[in-house]
Design a protein around this ligand. Structure first.
Ligand SMILES: *Cc1c(COP(=O)(O)O)cnc(C)c1O
Length: 371
């Protein structure tokens, strides 16, 4: 395969050979992986509206970050930033770290994840099980500086927050948007009224928003955000300096600050969802789909119902597509542990009732007694 590679400098030639090998390995991995399912749900309260959930937990490393990690490694390799034997580092709230550890192992590279100490234990174990090292920091705002310190000592910083939006090929290459649009082709309402996703790095919303324009679709993009998150606050005033008004228990989304990959202009609406609603919805998803998904999948479901209630009130038919972002098993000791919830004063009952009423009656999910 590399017989044609003739560089003057033998060391550069050896380095380049390894890059070719690594790129080939990523290509093999992509060829071995199947696309993720688009699961359809219908609810009695929303006749004429089809709900579709793309199961990103089905990736080999368990979340939508599998796509991002593959892109970040490819981007680092093709930019000449990653060499044989070099260690790899990133700052992550967990899902990205698991996927990056997975790809680092595939390429035979050491990997360090810098993560907040409050990250779900299931995710820390996930990284370690793949041979990655976890460096836990008490102050979540410190993760960037720690990752940069590793990079200063020679590690390759994959930089999910800095590069998510550009490492993914937004025009195609089986990105998540192209996959969704293709999978909807034979449906009754193939052009979704809404696509709903969260914003962590902002990579998913950037890719979907750009692709919708590129393909000239009328579909609108909604970001489902934990109440008071920086994306929501920044989006309203187009303020890149916005900060979250409150922390969230929902991992992967609800960033404390506006990340470099947040492209406000391609987002048509932001729906803010209280944490209790997201968690109650994650529990409900298990009942609806027979499997556990993480908190951000619950956030998405709540936003979908909000949008669907508006469509129904206007007498619109259509389809809404959203994502199941990661596997719920990761949160067995947190979101799915009643004692953990009780210790944080979270009562799921009012939101559980509100969500069930919404599915039944087609009204927006609002707990009794709330405004
Ligand atoms: C990263 C992440 C998201 C958000 O996706 P981005 O493309 O980073 O904006 C949502 N849910 C989970 C569980 C995540 O890990």
């Amino acid at each position: 395969m590399d017989s044609a590679l003739r560089l003057v400098n033998p060391q550069r030639e050896a380095e380049r050979r390894w890059v070719h090998l690594a790129v080939a390995r990523l290509g093999q991995e992509a060829a071995r992986s199947a696309d993720t399912h688009l699961l359809k749900l219908e609810f009695p309260g929303f006749r004429g509206i089809g709900f579709y959930f793309k199961d990103e937990s089905a990736h080999p490393s368990g979340s939508l970050k599998h796509r991002l990690a593959r892109s970040l490694f490819l981007y680092a390799l093709c930019n000449g930033r990653l060499r044989d034997g070099q260690s790899v580092v990133d700052a992550s709230s967990g899902s990205t770290a698991i996927s990056e550890a997975w790809f680092a192992r595939l390429l035979g590279l050491p990997f360090v994840a810098v993560m907040p100490a409050c990250t779900a234990p299931g995710k820390i174990q996930g990284v370690q099980a793949l041979g990655g090292e976890c460096e836990l920091v008490d102050d979540p705002a410190q993760v960037y500086a720690r990752a940069a310190a590793h990079a200063a000592r020679g590690a390759c910083h994959l930089d999910q927050f800095g590069l998510a939006e550009r490492a993914t090929d937004w025009r195609g290459n089986n990105n998540i948007a192209e996959s969704i649009v293709g999978q909807m082709a034979l449906e009754a309402e193939p052009e979704p009224t809404w696509i709903v996703c969260g914003a962590g790095t902002g990579g998913t919303s950037a890719t979907i928003g750009r692709y919708l324009r590129y393909r000239r679709l009328a579909t609108q993009l909604c970001v489902a955000e934990p109440a008071g998150g920086a994306f929501a606050r920044g989006w309203r005033s187009r303020d890149a300096g916005a900060r979250a008004g409150q922390p969230t228990l929902i991992e992967g989304i609800g960033r404390p600050q506006v990340e470099p990959g947040f492209l406000f202009d391609v987002v048509d609406r932001v729906v803010e969802v209280p944490d209790s609603a997201s968690i109650a919805a994650a529990w409900l998803l298990e009942e609806l789909l027979g499997r556990r998904y993480g908190g951000s999948s619950g956030t998405n479901l709540v936003a979908c119902l909000q949008l669907a209630a508006t469509m129904r009130a206007r007498g619109e038919r259509g389809s809404i597509v959203s994502l199941l972002c990661d596997r719920g098993e990761r949160y067995a000791q947190t979101l799915f542990d009643p004692a953990w919830l009780a210790a944080r004063g979270i009562d799921l009952a009012p939101w559980d009732a509100a969500l069930r009423a919404s599915l039944r009656d087609g009204r927006p999910p609002v707990p009794a007694g709330a405004g």
